[in-house]
Design a protein around this ligand. Sequence first.
Ligand code: PXP
Length: 239
Amino acid sequence: MIKLGVNIDHIATIRNARGEDHPDIIKAAKFVSNCGADIITIHRREDERHINRKDVIKLKKKISKPINLEMAANQDMLRLALKIKPKYVCIVPEKRMEVTTEGGLNLKKNNLRQIIKKLKSSKIEVSLFVDPSISNIKLAKKLGADSVEIHTGKFAKLFKLKKKSQLNKEFIKIARCSNLGKKINLNIKMGHGLDYDSTKYLCKIKEVCEFNIGHFIIGESIFFGLKHVIKKFKKIIKR
Ligand code: PXP
């Protein structure tokens, strides 16, 4: 079974636009869970532009579905993760001025080993958000990660632009990384920029066990509602 992690950051973005409490993030997480989300995914950025520290703590207390906390590799986020102990942490790169997480981690630059070790000793399953390259997969394993989340942003863009030969190249890269990752016992997750069609296409890769999807779900829900959109995704990823 492929799991669907629904990223609810942009529900908080809408809430923050008015600086008050509506739409309520706990109500949203419960609603999304009832619609079929397997995992509630949240990213607390340093600038708290959507999910904030209070949300993270409250969500962990009130939500029974597993939480996937996306976080930068820094001590502040590590302390928060160790305090709330989500089921999953996905370590992501973070640049303050970026609109969204524009690429995967530089596994050589970041000092990730200690952070991964500390999270794992609290029984948190750790994933690393990486661009699809064979060296990233090998390094993720060496660093002690349980999973990789492959950044599908480039693939999703090429898919929308219908750039067939480049798309095919990117797909083969993702497929090769997934194949190697599974062989060396990493869980293979994917996310970023995905919509119905690009997700369906990636389901051809048999190793994928989870998608994390945010912006498209929230955007499409304006027209069709969260329930319809989540159910449609669940149908697409069903094996
Ligand atoms: N996975 C990770 C690690 C992310 O950082 C993001 C974006 O916050 C997503 C998935 C979801 O991307 P999108 O909002 O484009 O679906």
